[in-house]
Write a protein of this length. Structure first.
Length: 641
């Protein structure tokens, strides 16, 4: 009983449902943050540190009103402690803004901090820890605690993990009052990219964009075998590419797709797994992608537009592979699609709701013209708002817009906690030199072998992803493991996109698997069953990063002939692997054929002359199965391969 009480205390809180005066405060602060962000992006020239201080502290203050301290506390009830912490954060924000000129002009570590500033720094550091625990749980909080311990006591260690002694003043000066810690580059990601793209996604969905994606996906794929599952894949890809959040994708499209899959004959586990796997891919699918990619752009300095171009083909390959798996499974199970009177034609959907393409076109056009991604998100959000007025039933009133803005800010609160925690993580790793030391371990363990180094990086990223959200898993792995990969000759873009992939697909990797848990609540099934099945359906997610490392043409590097040939052979390889896993090629196939398909697929996925072997094996196994098509599935024959 006592153990349960401890777990309740240390575990995460839950989203609150403030009402009355508290809701008024949340709404007013949400409007203030939104208008401040728009003013700063479109009209003002503001120092990033100033912007980050206002944004981060405002969101951390709101956190105490919209998240309970633990799951035992009733919703709608705000404790006295939370009111006090809310007021303390606002006071700290006012104090820092009043003294902002000092922080912008002072010489860090030379100009001493006052006692009050040290106190402010300690409170902010503890609030970030509490915010991480309250919104995300104990996993990331423990990791930050370990890093804290290492920062202050690592000078007692011997060997490569030794670092010079640091005191609390050195910590506070670097982490709070410079552009290197909580209010540094990573905070800029939340205050710019993340905020505006989440706002765009919220407005687009509210204007009817989410329904449009579902209807368009139904029209395109709904009539074919396993139509409801294919609709889930396509609609989740459409919506996920805009929302950039696996959980948001699941809870938006899942209530429509999962019951439809269940009704058509798919099991609860399979229905939930398809939705989880398809929704997770949205974080790697342009044009928006997810928060980890925004962090990647800021950390690496690679333009966002360059990242989405490089990520396009690998992301599409992932969705094609998932679609193929669903198609083969549906045919094997004899599951048909929607009836013709259940769905509209593609032309009917475009004719009645084609206006929802406009915000996407605006987004892509502005990115193509070379404007910043922030401006692209702002103008796309404006286009989505205008599109809502094309039809009376979708028009967004002032109240609707205020609700959308408030929901957006509340949605971003957990991410701001992650971003603030990531600022501390990066700061400690940089100050102590831990990244170089960890890279040295990977280098020694791999003996300089690129493939082994990639494998070790993948394992580290997946382990971090089991206890942390995607942005934190990416940042921590990137700081610790990317230097050795770059040193071994892997490009900066390839290295960080490799890490992003494995951080993203922690959403379906047990035991945490947040996308699987979200799908489980809709499918009414064990989340672990869904997670393991989702990993099987989306198995190519753990293969594709290796493909673009060894075949850069998948990232549109090289001649067009090389790019086209590589993409075609990769598609053929993914198809062969799916056939092997599902055991279906026109009919049920037995183990020898499955092995031949698996080997042919593996060779097709490898670079250079391996593909010739793969094509040869594929042609042979297809010829054998077509030749023996007269053999009944239930019969045994000596020549049946």
């Amino acid at each position: 009983m006592r153990l349960n009480y401890i777990f309740d205390f240390l575990g995460s809180g839950r989203l609150n449902q403030p009402s009355g005066k508290v809701r008024v405060i949340v709404v007013c602060m949400s409007l203030f943050i939104t208008f401040f962000q728009l003013w700063g992006a479109m009209f003002a020239t503001m120092n990033p540190f100033t912007r980050n201080v206002i944004f981060i502290i405002s969101l951390l203050a709101i956190m105490f009103l919209v998240f309970t301290p633990n799951r035992k506390q009733p919703r709608k009830k705000i404790s006295v402690v939370d009111y006090f912490l809310f007021g303390a954060m606002l006071s700290i924000g006012v104090f820092m803004i009043m003294n902002i000129d000092r922080y912008l002009t002072r010489w860090p570590l030379v100009d001493p901090l006052t006692s009050l500033e040290v106190l402010v720094g300690i409170i902010l550091s503890l609030v970030v820890l509490e915010g991480t625990r309250r919104t995300l749980g104990i996993g990331l909080t423990i990791i930050i605690g370990i890093l804290f311990f290492y920062f202050f006591f690592g000078h007692h260690l011997a060997g490569m993990f030794y670092h010079p002694p640091y005191d609390i003043f050195y910590f506070i000066d670097n982490m709070i009052f410079t552009y290197e810690g909580i209010f540094g580059k990573i905070a800029s990601v939340a205050a710019t990219y993340v905020f505006f793209f989440v706002l765009f996604g919220s407005i687009y969905n509210k204007s009817g964009g989410g329904d449009f994606f579902y209807e368009l996906a139904s029209a395109i794929t709904g009539k074919s075998a396993g139509g409801p599952a294919k609709v889930a894949v396509v609609s989740s890809a459409f919506y996920g590419s805009i929302s950039g959040s696996p959980v948001s994708d699941v809870v938006t499209t899942g209530p429509l797709t999962i019951p439809a899959m269940r009704k058509s004959g798919f099991s609860k586990t399979y229905a939930g797994a398809v939705e989880a796997a398809a929704s997770s891919g949205g974080s790697i699918l342009p044009p928006v992608m997810g928060s980890a990619v925004f962090l990647m752009a800021e950390i690496t300095g690679i333009p966002y537009s360059q990242i989405i171009i490089a990520a396009a083909i690998p992301a599409l390959l992932y969705y094609v592979a998932v679609y193929i798996h669903v198609d083969l499974h549906a045919k094997k199970m004899g599951i048909t699609g929607f009836s013709r009177d259940h769905i509209h034609s593609v032309w009917d959907v475009i004719k009645t709701k084609g206006q929802y393409f406009l915000p996407i076109i605006v987004l892509l056009l502005i990115l193509t013209l070379g404007l910043t991604p922030i401006m692209a998100a702002i103008y796309a959000a404006l286009a989505a708002f205008i599109v809502s007025y094309f039809k009376k039933e979708t028009r967004m009133t002032l109240k609707t817009l205020v609700d959308v803005i408030t929901e957006t800010v509340v949605r971003i609160v957990p991410l701001v906690a992650v971003i603030s925690a990531a600022g501390l993580i990066v700061g400690i790793i940089m100050l102590t030199g831990l990244g170089g030391k960890f890279s040295g371990i990977i280098g020694a363990a791999s003996s300089g072998n690129i493939f082994i180094s990639l494998m070790l990086t993948m394992v580290v990223c997946i382990i971090f992803g089991m206890g942390m959200p995607v942005p934190a898993a990416y940042v921590l792995t990137a700081m610790l493991a990317s230097p050795i990969l770059i040193e071994l000759g892997v490009s900066l873009l390839q290295t960080h996109l490799f890490i992003v992939y494995f951080a993203v697909f922690s959403a379906i990797t047990p035991p945490v698997a947040v996308a699987a848990f979200a799908a489980a609540t809709i499918a009414d099934e064990n989340p672990m069953k869904i997670a393991f099945k989702a990993c099987r359906i989306g198995i190519v997610a753990f293969i594709i990063p290796y493909l673009f490392i060894y075949q850069p043409s998948l990232m549109l590097e090289g001649t067009w002939v090389t790019i086209v040939l590589t993409v075609l052979t990769t598609l053929l390889g993914l198809y062969a692997v799916s056939v092997a896993f599902e055991g279906w090629f026109k009919r049920k196939i037995h183990l020898p054929s499955r092995l031949l398909f698996l080997f042919s697929g593996a060779f097709l996925l490898l670079p250079d002359w391996f593909k010739i072997i793969g094509v040869t094996l594929f042609v042979v196994v297809v010829f054998i199965n077509i030749k023996n098509k007269h053999v009944n599935n239930n019969e045994e024959a000596m020549y049946y391969v």
